[in-house]
Structures are given as C-alpha cells and as structure tokens.
Write a protein that binds this ligand. Structure first.
Ligand SMILES: [Zn+2]
Length: 69
C-alpha cells in the first residue's frame, strides 16, 4: 500500500511528492515544498491564522443559529 502524496506543481508542472520543510530551528514543520523547483506548496505558518478565523466565524454562526430560543 502506497501512502505517498502526489501533487502537480503549479510552477514546473511535474508530479512530485512534496517535501516537508522545517523552520529555522529545525523542530517544527513549516511548509511543504516542491523538490523539483523549490516552490512552496503549503505554508503552515501562514495557513493557521486563516483556519482559526474560519473556525471562529463558524462558532459564532452556530451560536446565533442554535444558541438562542
Ligand atoms: Zn515544482
């Protein structure tokens, strides 16, 4: 069973397995990048605040919808 991720890079158009890049300290994964051309595919550091913001909005909507009689 293969569990590798295959991804078509938007820059070099090659199907690659994204590499995990660490932060400067080397203790946390920071981004996924293309091993062929080095383009950043997914940046965890920038993605988290957006994900948290979406979660907060959903929580507020759920409260407004279900939290009142
Ligand atoms: Zn690439």
């Amino acid at each position: 069973m293969r569990n590798e991720i295959h991804f078509e890079c938007p820059r070099c158009k090659q199907v690659v397995t994204p590499k995990l890049g660490l932060n400067r300290k080397g203790n946390k994964p920071e981004k996924l990048y293309c091993p062929s051309c080095g383009r950043t595919i997914k940046d965890f550091y920038n993605a988290w605040p957006g994900a948290i913001a979406i979660f907060v909005v959903l929580a507020i909507l759920a409260y407004l919808r279900f939290g009142q009689p």
